[in-house]
Design a protein around this ligand. Structure first.
Ligand SMILES: *[C@@H]1O[C@H](CO)[C@@H](O)[C@H](O)[C@H]1NC(C)=O
Length: 389
């Protein structure tokens, strides 16, 4: 046998001779229908192959020593920027008091319109002292630690304020302090009493348990306590409160699928001594997209608590920054979850399984069609035989 003939013996698809075949109308219809069905099924198979699915996965977060950005934008309509401080602290002992980096404070009128925008550094102390005699050495009103007595000068209102802060005394609005009256500090404070404040920007913190809070007055940290100078806040003729509007609070870069539960939160109070707490659980999340760099960000869940606190300064220590029963303010405590979510985008099918699907569609539909065609043909034959009889 010649080689070609030998190969022929392997042919599983034996063909009948053309003459023995019959073409029928019903067969044509079945073929057209089958073709349409095949095309439709292949299209659906194709769209199934192109479909992108999200496969979330939970792993233990093993990254260490990272930093995290906190993006915030909060408005306090009833407390002026001048007496609002933002402090950040965490369990590692890192404290950022009276943040000045990356945060913008905007002074607002009582109707919410913008007065001015400033980086959080409030006092340009350098300017205030330049007109003074070089030998001038202002008194610090006794707010000097023992070892520095007689050596330290307080030339500006700010110097006095800082000196008071260092020893932990309440400062107030500067009445009776020569440096402050020269700078019209008491009047400035009074003028600002009706203002509100917007604080917006980004804080960079260690990715460990911590908190940041908005509280009135300068803060003062002794080894085991964190205190605020509540003097102006409490004695002001205009009532200040911690009514606030959280426009935005997020941890890490923006991703369109992340919903921040605190965005557009509005809390109102009429009480001066009111304390808001938000307890936040931060969950690290990575988004892996097809054809894009992965994005590391965070989601969070939050529970909150608010309460009125017993007001009034501690009568036993009228000069300290102490407030009984807690400090009025807005506190955010955040905790880092040990689990990390990975949101991976994937094609729902590989190209191989797409091809397999196509073959199954073609083969399956043709098989079914030939059965139907056969059935119609046999029925037709039987019918015409009956007629003939
Ligand atoms: C803070 O949010 C307010 C209200 O949505 C918006 O008008 C303002 O531009 C935001 N500020 C910043 C710095 O993004």
């Amino acid at each position: 046998m010649p080689p070609r003939r030998r190969l022929n013996t392997f042919d599983a698809f034996t063909k009948t001779v053309e003459d023995a075949r019959v073409r029928t109308t019903s067969g044509g219809v079945v073929t057209i229908v089958a073709t349409v069905v095949i095309v439709l099924l292949i299209v659906s198979e194709w769209s199934d192959y192109r479909r992108i699915v999200n496969r979330p996965e939970l792993i233990v977060d093993k990254t260490r020593g990272e930093r995290m950005n906190i993006n915030l934008n909060i408005t306090f309509p009833e407390i002026p920027c001048e007496i609002l401080t933002l402090d950040v602290m965490d369990v590692s002992g890192e404290q950022q008091t009276e943040i000045t980096h990356g945060i913008i404070k905007t002074r607002l009128n009582d109707d919410g319109s913008v007065i001015s925008t400033e980086l959080l550094a409030l006092h340009s102390s350098g300017d205030n002292a330049h007109h003074l005699d070089e030998s001038y050495c202002g008194p610090c009103y006794g707010a000097v630690p023992k070892e520095e007595e007689g050596k330290r000068c307080c030339n500006t209102c700010d110097d006095v304020r800082n000196a008071y802060q260092e020893v932990g005394w309440a400062f107030g609005d500067g009445h009776g302090v020569e440096q402050c009256e020269r700078e019209n500090y008491p009047e400035k404070i009074k003028e600002m009493a009706h203002e509100g404040c917007n604080i917006a920007g980004t804080l960079s913190v260690n990715k460990v348990v911590g908190n940041f809070h908005f509280a009135p007055g300068k803060s003062y940290s002794s080894p085991n306590m964190h205190l605020h100078d509540l003097n102006i806040y409490e004695t002001s003729a205009v009532r200040h409160t911690f009514t606030h509007n959280i426009h935005h609070l997020s941890f890490g870069p923006h991703h369109h699928t992340v919903r921040n539960p605190l965005d557009r939160t509005v809390k109102k109070t009429d009480e001066r001594h009111f304390n808001y707490m938000y307890f936040i659980k931060v969950v690290s999340t990575r988004f892996e997209r097809i054809g894009a760099a992965p994005l590391e960000t965070n989601q969070y869940s939050v529970t909150s608590h608010e309460r009125a606190i017993r007001g009034g300064r501690d009568d036993d220590h009228p000069n300290t920054m102490h407030a009984r029963g807690g400090i009025p303010g807005v506190f955010f405590s955040y905790d880092i979850s040990p689990m990390k979510v990975i949101n991976r985008e994937e094609r729902s099918k590989s190209f191989g399984s797409f091809l397999i699907g196509v073959c199954a569609v073609v083969g399956g539909v043709l098989a079914v069609a030939s059965v139907i065609d056969r059935g119609v043909w046999e029925a037709d034959k039987a019918l015409s035989r009956k007629k003939a009889v």
